[in-house]
Design a protein around this ligand. Structure first.
Ligand SMILES: NC(=O)c1ccc[n+]([C@@H]2O[C@H](COP(=O)([O-])OP(=O)(O)OC[C@H]3O[C@@H](n4cnc5c(N)ncnc54)[C@H](OP(=O)(O)O)[C@@H]3O)[C@@H](O)[C@H]2O)c1
Length: 254
């Protein structure tokens, strides 16, 4: 039977690249994002597989439950889940509106956690499934000038690695993708395009391909790109106070 993957944030960037990769390999797609027009365009474009689209703002309360219920009403079985939707914001903590930062936590943390909850329960009943959670190299150290964003990604990594252990011995894998700066709409949304961290941004195709390969193999954590891998290793050896200073430096304008 053809397997079905649910991808959040599939209308642009990494999510769109994931949709292409899964469609090329013949998986049916359930795509979730806010932009209804863009979802329709994608549905028309990939005509080799079945595609269901759900326009939903995942930063709203109970959005994950609404998505889960809508999918059940359609009688769709989600075999794989890609929690990709997310955004960041540049600026000192107290200078960014609390509403926007709240939305960020709701999307990057709450929606990801709740979607995992609902679909993992079903996967456990079948003892079969795969989950890809998109974190970031931001997960490995504190991030001055993007304090909440870095903290949300630390949550994603910690949460996902804990699930790997809970699911040890089962046929369910949880993979965490940790990209560094990548050329997508993220840079414009977060206003980080002109920062030092974005001076060597990777292509979204390459990042998605590396994430997809790791996901299919059921790897635990994947950091994309050689420089990002070196940065993550360095952050493990540096005192956190120094790692935070480095993160602050790369958040400055280039
Ligand atoms: N690009 C980078 O440098 C980078 C680095 C590390 C990690 N990441 C992570 O990679 C993931 C994908 O981001 P990207 O780089 O591909 O950025 P992107 O091009 O801006 O894509 C973000 C996606 O999330 C969706 N989205 C945003 N807010 C949403 C909401 N409230 N409800 C539902 N969907 C929403 C957007 O679709 P709609 O606008 O249609 O809703 C879009 O499809 C994020 O989790 C991000 O934190 C990115």
């Amino acid at each position: 039977m053809t397997k079905t993957v649910l991808i959040t944030g599939a209308t642009s960037g990494l999510g769109y690249e994931f949709a292409k990769l899964f469609a090329n390999d013949g998986y049916n797609l359930v795509l979730v994002a806010r932009n209804e027009e863009r979802l329709k365009d994608i549905k028309n474009k990939f005509n080799n597989v079945n595609i269901f689209t759900f326009s939903e703002d995942l930063s709203q309360s109970n959005a994950a439950q609404r998505v889960y219920q809508a999918i059940n009403q359609e009688g769709i079985q989600v075999d794989m889940l890609v929690n990709n939707a997310g955004f960041g914001l540049l600026g000192e903590f107290d200078t960014i509106s609390i509403e926007k930062q709240h939305d960020m936590v709701q999307l990057n943390v709450t929606a990801l956690m709740e979607l995992t909850y609902y679909f993992l329960k079903d996967m456990k009943m079948r003892n079969q499934g795969k989950i890809l959670n998109v974190a970031s190299t931001a997960a490995f150290q504190p991030g001055p000038k993007m304090a909440v964003y870095y903290a949300t990604k630390a949550f994603v990594l910690s949460f996902s690695e804990a699930l790997v252990e809970e699911l040890y011995g089962s046929n369910i894998t949880v993979t965490t993708l940790c990209p560094g700066a990548t050329k997508t709409n993220f840079g414009a949304v977060a206003n980080v395009e002109n920062t030092k961290m974005f001076s060597r941004a990777m292509s979204s195709e390459v990042v998605a391909r590396q994430g997809y390969a790791a996901f299919i193999k059921g790897k635990r954590v994947v950091v994309t790109g050689g420089l990002n891998k070196m940065g993550v290793i360095a952050s493990k050896f540096l005192p956190r106070s120094i790692a935070a200073k480095v993160a602050k430096y790369v958040a400055e304008e280039n």
